[in-house]
Design a binder for this molecule. Structure first.
Ligand SMILES: [Zn+2]
Length: 196
């Protein structure tokens, strides 16, 4: 592992040399070299992470059946990935606040739990709160290896990966790529033509 640390000015709070930029290159078996970069500001607390795959990859979908034997499967999730758990109706799409990370399936489920907990606090209706609490409980069962679900990771830039013999990789079709959010501004020129 090759790691570099640098002190830079923080673009968020404009503090001088208070931000630590850490970048490290790691080799992921069966996937390739990736660069993980982390920015942490000691002054304002800003933090962001990103993952860049250093090799050209094709747009891909990984599907894995999650159970006690696959919770430790390696996961590389880039900023451009969409993650879904269809059985629980959960989906995280790329957006301005989405980050890239290296984790495992258990870590992915844990991040879903955190997101659902946040949602519970934001919901005002009891019915929505109750539904979200049920989903939270199911996610805890998944993480405890007591409930099986499917995790699907789709990445139009092919920068994401699930490392497990039972994970299925498929190439995304052009139609599927178009239907995915990339987190970037996309001009849908096709759509404009149709409306003419
Ligand atoms: Zn700062």
């Amino acid at each position: 592992m090759n790691q570099q640390n640098m002190k830079i000015d923080c673009p968020v709070c404009s503090g001088e040399k208070c931000m630590t930029a850490i970048s490290r290159v790691e080799k992921i078996p069966y996937f390739g070299e990736i660069m993980e970069s982390v920015l942490i500001c000691s002054r304002c607390g800003y933090r962001s992470t990103d993952i860049i795959c250093l090799e050209q990859k094709e747009p891909s979908r990984y599907t894995i059946e999650v159970g006690d034997k696959t919770l430790n499967a390696r996961v590389v999730k880039s900023q451009s990935a969409t993650i879904r758990i269809p059985e629980l109706g959960l989906k995280v799409e790329p957006g301005p606040r989405s980050t890239g990370y290296i984790s495992n399936i258990e870590g992915v489920v844990e991040r879903f739990e955190t997101a659902v907990k946040t949602a519970i606090n934001l919901f005002e209706e009891d019915e929505s709160k109750e539904k979200a609490s049920e989903i939270l409980e199911m996610l805890r069962e998944v993480r405890g290896g007591k409930r099986n679900v499917t995790v699907i990771i789709e990445d139009p830039f092919g920068q994401s990966f699930v490392g497990h013999p039972s994970a299925v990789r498929e190439k995304l079709s052009d139609e599927e790529i178009k239907s995915l959010k990339t987190g970037f501004l996309v001009f849908e020129s096709d759509k404009i033509d149709e409306e003419d």
